[in-house]
Design a protein around this ligand. Structure first.
Ligand code: NAD
Length: 365
């Protein structure tokens, strides 16, 4: 175990700084109760960094992240910077850049619904009251979003656009290993999603995943075509454990799994590289409609921190304590606006306070 655990905190724009404040309450409890030397240093990223430093990802921020053991990010962007050219917008100029810089190829998104919280889900009661616990493992740095050429061509009487999907075998192998390793910590079930009835990249994907699976005899592997997977997840989310997907497919499936839990405000994600260095962030954006109103849901940000403790520092018990505190707070009926169904709700600060109180109780048990 490292003596000093250094975390670079990048609150970013919009609701980012508001929800990050609630994480600091959790960090204080952990520092005192677990006597862990968590060292937090804040850096600017996104629109705020453009205002202060003239660029969305300043050198100082990148250096700070390099010197840390993990990165905790809020979110970036907002209407103020929407009119900038695409490559200067905070999302592209900071988020994509930082993911690329640290070669964060594995995106892990956890969607969990406690059976007793079935009302949060948009699914029918007979499906949601079984609860579910899905880990979506998405390849993040290859596939159609990165393949070249990606162009629009207009000449004479021809006008067309072209994107390219490329998957190298080693890119599939490394993400498959992550999915199998994660499944060993869970129910040992991996469903790999592809479109191998049509696409060559998917054929290679399926073949390669099957080869990697041989190294994990305890894990049960099955395959679904993308279109069928979308339907099966909605019909029976409780039958899924780990879902392994190429980039584009994972983009859709992880959002689908996410919304089934009720709100994007409760979804966290981890992006890891081969050395398991990680960046942790909420799945949602800067929610400009909520900014400054003290009504955003801080759970996604707190869960992102919990993922950080688990994946970067192997502090499994503390991570689990945080998850339990969140579940217990929700089970007591505390809800922020996004999950209130038009009923009474509490503020961002109050939700942070309730989860903190619940965490202290977990420690005092
Ligand atoms: P968004 O995720 O910010 O908001 C979509 C909806 O979800 C809104 O109704 C919002 O109120 C709600 N929401 C999001 N987070 C919430 C929370 N914690 N609690 C309660 N409700 C929450 O997506 P958008 O509106 O498309 O984008 C807004 C800005 O954020 C844009 O500039 C976009 O580019 C940026 N963005 C950034 C990231 C990121 O930093 N990773 C991701 C997505 C969007």
């Amino acid at each position: 175990m490292k003596k000093k655990l250094k975390i670079a905190v990048l609150p970013g724009d919009g609701i980012g700084p508001e929800v990050m404040r609630e994480v600091y309450k959790i960090i204080e409890v952990i520092k005192i109760k677990s006597k862990i030397d968590l060292q937090i240093k804040e850096y600017d990223i996104g629109g705020i960094a453009i205002e202060k430093w003239g660029q969305a990802l300043p050198k100082n921020t990148l250096k700070g992240c390099e010197k840390s053991h993990a990165i905790l990010l809020g979110s970036v962007g907002g209407p103020k910077w929407d009119s900038l050219p695409a490559h200067k917008r905070p999302e592209v100029a900071s988020l994509l850049k930082i993911r690329k810089h640290f070669k964060l190829f594995a995106n892990l998104r956890h969607s969990f619904l406690h059976p007793k919280l079935y009302k949060l889900s948009p699914l029918k009661k007979k499906i949601s009251n079984k609860g579910f616990d899905i880990l979506c493992v998405r390849e993040l740095t290859s596939g159609i979003y990165f393949g070249k050429p990606s162009i629009e061509i207009q000449k004479k009487n021809k006008h067309y656009a072209l994107d390219t999907t490329i998957y190298h075998k080693h890119e599939i192998e490394r993400i498959a290993h992550i999915a199998f390793q994660e499944s060993l910590k869970r129910k040992c079930e991996v469903v790999s999603v592809d479109k191998s009835n049509v696409l060559n990249t998917s054929k290679l994907w399926k073949k390669t995943v099957e080869e990697v699976a041989k190294k994990y005899p305890k894990v049960n592997l099955s395959h679904l075509y993308f279109d069928n997977a979308i339907m099966q997840i909605i019909k029976n989310p409780n039958l899924f454990d780990v879902i392994l997907c190429p980039n584009l497919i994972g983009d859709v499936i992880s959002d689908e799994c996410g919304i089934l839990t009720g709100s994007i405000g409760m979804l966290a994600s981890a992006s890891l590289n081969e050395k398991k260095f990680g960046l942790y962030e909420p799945a949602g954006g800067t929610a400009p409609d909520l900014q400054g109103k003290n009504i955003a849901n801080p759970i996604a940000q707190i869960l992102s921190f919990s993922l950080l403790l688990k994946h970067s520092f192997q502090l499994y018990e503390i991570s689990e304590k945080i998850n339990l505190s969140i579940q217990k707070t929700l089970l007591k009926g505390y809800k922020t606006l996004d999950i209130s169904n038009g009923n009474k709700f509490i503020t961002t600060n109050q939700m942070g306070d309730e989860i903190t109180k619940s965490l202290i109780k977990e420690y005092n048990k």
